[in-house]
Design a protein around this ligand. Structure first.
Ligand code: A3P
Ligand code: MG
Ligand code: MG
Length: 363
């Protein structure tokens, strides 16, 4: 069976935003510096203002880079959910379980041309959605060769370098001045991550979303579920002309969606020159971004439309994926619709791990 959800015309999603639940973290996990999985917050980082005029390319030769050619499916998220369910003795109530990155693609679709492919399966009342790793690999291989003055790998390194320059592995009060000052010389390692697992809601759909959080401002609140002062770190080119201002406004949409989905209240942007010198820092309150963009002459996106589109799509998806097998959720680049069709008649592909199934059978 094949079905399609129209993205266009997006005007039908404009207007007052559907109800959105505040995301609440109910579990977390970490990847250590070898990308080994651990339950809990061991890889959490604290924000501490970086020094300016640092070359973001510095140390590129010693970058410890995570190999993302391996398909990690939803494994870590499922292990973390299973652990939570073992503690509470009941299954989570989400209609949809996925990575934040997948929800970002869906929410951005009304104003973004990018294609995507995901795999989805219905298991015990929830739809689990993973990225279709083969598609991601293929589209990367088919990208136009980069011929800018600075290699693409180096420019990608800038983002991680900025994280290393702006964070501490312990709160400020427990960190020596030497450590803080030596940050420009620290090895950059993107294998290490802290991931928050939240329960949230968009319209009538309850979601369980897992995603990386870059840093915390102060400390986690004592009471679970209270808002957390997360910080999302981003880098962007300094804005010197209209074209760059337009680009930044587009980027702000992704920054906003990404942070909105996990309840990250603050986004800190490190502005850099064309050749990667960090020259400025600016803080944005996530909740202010949609209005800020609306105030511009010709807004390139609208936050309410993103929310209402996601709400409509998810409701439709829940009415579409109603039996077993593996489904593909697919948007071709620039396409005006999202297609959903079955790719495997039975089972759950590699989306649900044996470990998770064995646990759920006991429940
Ligand atoms: P910038 O966002 O500052 O460019 P995130 O901001 O999501 O925490 O990601 C951290 C960094 O990972 C990014 O920093 C960028 O360097 C790299 N990155 C994230 N998503 C990427 C993608 N889709 N392609 C290439 N690099 C990416
Ligand atoms: Mg990050
Ligand atoms: Mg970031």
């Amino acid at each position: 069976m094949a079905a399609a959800f129209p993205i266009q015309p997006v005007a039908r999603f404009a207007g007052k935003s559907e109800l959105v639940k505040r995301p609440k973290e109910f579990a977390c996990f970490s990847y250590d510096e070898d990308h080994k999985f651990h339950l809990g917050a061991q890889s959490l980082k604290w924000y501490y203002t970086p020094d300016l005029n640092v070359d973001l390319s510095k140390g590129f030769e010693s970058f410890v880079k995570h190999d993302d050619s391996v398909d990690e499916h939803l494994d870590s998220l499922l292990t973390t959910i299973a652990d939570y369910e073992q503690k509470t003795s009941k299954p989570i109530d989400a209609h949809i379980v996925t990575w934040r990155g997948m929800m970002t693609k869906i929410m951005a679709a009304p104003f973004d041309d990018d294609g995507f492919e995901m795999n989805a399966t219905l298991y015990r009342g929830s739809i689990f959605i993973e990225e279709n790793h083969a598609y991601k690999q293929e589209s990367r291989a088919n990208e136009r060769p980069w011929n800018g003055p600075i290699p693409q790998e180096v420019m990608q390194y800038w983002g991680y370098k900025f994280e290393t320059l702006s964070t501490l592995p312990r709160p400020w009060g427990e960190t020596s001045r030497e450590f803080i000052e030596s940050r420009p010389d620290h090895v950059v390692n993107n294998k290490e991550q802290y991931c928050s697992v939240v329960r949230t809601g968009i319209g009538k759909t309850i979601l369980c979303i897992g995603g990386e959080v870059d840093a915390i401002w102060d400390d986690k609140p004592r009471t679970q579920g209270d808002p957390i002062n997360w910080v999302e770190l981003k880098t962007s080119a300094v804005i010197q002309n209209d074209r760059q201002a337009n680009n930044f406004e587009r980027k702000l949409m992704k920054f906003w969606i990404q942070s909105f989905l996990l309840g990250v209240p603050k986004i800190i942007v490190g502005f850099r020159t064309q050749d990667g010198l960090l020259v400025g820092i600016k803080e944005f309150r996530t909740m202010d971004i949609p209005l800020m963009v609306k105030g511009n002459g010709r807004p390139k996106w609208d936050g309410d439309t993103c929310v209402n589109f996601a709400s409509g799509f998810l409701e439709w998806l829940r009415q579409t994926i109603t039996d077993e097998g593996v489904w593909r959720i697919k948007r071709r680049p620039r396409s005006a619709e999202i297609e959903v069709f079955k790719v495997e008649e039975v089972g759950h592909g590699h989306i649900i791990t044996d470990e998770f199934m064995n646990w759920r059978i006991k429940l």
